[in-house]
Structures are given as C-alpha cells and as structure tokens.
Design a protein around this ligand. Structure first.
Ligand code: GSH
Length: 236
C-alpha cells in the first residue's frame, strides 16, 4: 500500500447513493476522514465555497490535504474520487492493466448507465409532480435492462470485475434501491446474491450508516426543497 495521508480527507457528503460510494470506499480503506455536510435540500451545493470544489453543484467531493506531491487536491465526481482513492491506497483498484480495464468498464457502466438512468427512474416514479406514463415506462424498462446486464455479468463470478473493487462500491448503492426503481429482485437472483454479500461487509454498513439521520432533514414534498433540487439552474 502507498503511504497513506495522516491528515484526514474532507468528505463533502450527504447520505444518498452517490455519497455512499465514497463513504464506503473511505471505510473500506480505513482512511481517516472528516465529514463536511452538504445539505442538498437547503442549497449548500450552491454555496461559492462548495462550487469552488465541485462546479457541477453536486456532492460527493473530497479535499485531500496530502494529495499528489504532498499538496492539497480537491476532486468532484464519485467515479474520479474512487479512482483517486484506489490509486492512493493501492486498494480495490488493481494496477495491472487488464485487471484495471475490467474494473473501469464496470465503473463507467455505473457512472454513465445505471446511476443516471436509475436516478431518472426515481425521479419519474417518485418525485415528478404528475405521473408521466411514457417517462415512467421508459426509465423503468431501461433500468430493468441494466439489471439484466448486471445479473448476467454476476452469473459466473462473485464480483463485477475480479476481486471486490471500486466498480462494486459504485454500483451497490444504486442497485440496493431496486424497489424504488420498480424492479423485482426475484427476477435477478445473481444480483440478489451479490447485494447480500456486499451488504454483509462491515465497512459497507458503516459507509451507508454515515449521517443516516440527516436524510430526514430533506422533505421532498416541501416546495422549497423541490425548487432547490429540481428547478435551480444558476448560482445566486
Ligand atoms: N455524477 C455525479 C452525480 C452526483 C449527484 O447526482 N449528486 C446529487 C445527490 S445524489 C446532488 O448532489 N444533487 C444536488 C443537486 O442536484 O443540486 C457523481 O457521481 O458524483
């Protein structure tokens, strides 16, 4: 393992699937960290100091006071953070090129596929102000297709890409929410087995439990919260 920073990493975080990817990785690696809460229901993601780190106004983000060359570095986008932490620690992200390609394919499959599609599925099934059947069907069906891809991938292997890796950590927090995505896990037995194996990991439990009570602070039926999350376009 590479030398690990003794100064805690600052984790800009709110307890959601994208936040959990990074809290799980930090816990798995045993890296010291401190949480900087980003209450996305209150609009913390639009504060100038956060935008300086994460210009896309989304968490998670990190600041590692001992980044490359011993100098601080900030990173946004959960996939980039997982890769960085994997390189920094030498854990859960192999350095051998073929093994790394395997992990990256599935990491990017989550980042560009399952995450955004399942996010829209949540939106149209749960948060849209009125039902739009075409959108609900379109995203639910595409989510089903992605679970099918995941199930076939997991049919003959324990984890997505070789050993347990950042690809599994990125995918698990979204796949564990299959119920909200209109899926029946009985249709995907290999996914179910994999979800259970990952859920049993103590570091995963700690990562998912991180500041879990904060979730109650965001009431998605509150018009002010909905305006921040679904209508706000610019920094004011
Ligand atoms: N691609 C980004 C997505 C992050 C993301 O969507 N974060 C959401 C919460 S899960 C957020 O911060 N939303 C606040 C907003 O949209 O204003 C990543 O993986 O880091």
């Amino acid at each position: 393992m590479a030398a690990i920073s003794q100064q805690p990493i600052e984790l800009y975080y709110w307890p959601t699937p994208n936040g959990w990817k990074v809290s799980i990785m930090l816990e798995e690696c045993g890296l010291p960290y401190v949480v900087r809460s980003v209450n996305i229901g209150k609009g913390d993601q639009f504060k100038a100091e956060f935008l300086a780190i994460s210009p896309n106004n989304k968490m998670p983000a990190i600041v590692d006071p001992q980044g490359p060359g011993g100098e601080p570095v900030s990173i946004f986008e959960s996939g980039a953070i997982l890769q960085y932490l994997g390189r920094k620690t030498g854990l859960f992200y192999p350095s051998e090129e073929r093994a790394r390609i395997e992990v990256e394919q599935w990491l990017f499959w989550q980042m560009a596929g399952l995450g955004p599609i399942a996010g829209q599925t949540h939106h149209f099934r749960i948060y849209a102000p009125e039902p739009i059947p075409y959108a609900v069907e379109r995203f639910t069906r595409e989510t089903s297709r992605l679970y099918g891809v995941l199930d076939r991938r997991l049919a003959d292997r324990e984890f997505l890409a070789g050993d347990y890796s950042i690809a599994d950590m990125a995918t698990y927090p979204w796949a564990k929410m299959w119920g909200r995505q209109g899926q029946d896990i009985a249709d995907f037995p290999h996914v179910r087995r994999w979800l259970e194996a990952i859920a049993a990991r103590p570091a995963v439990r700690r990562g998912i439990a991180l500041n879990a009570a904060d979730k109650k602070l965001v009431d998605m039926s509150d018009p002010a919260v909905r305006a921040i999350l679904f209508e706000r376009q610019e920094v004011r």
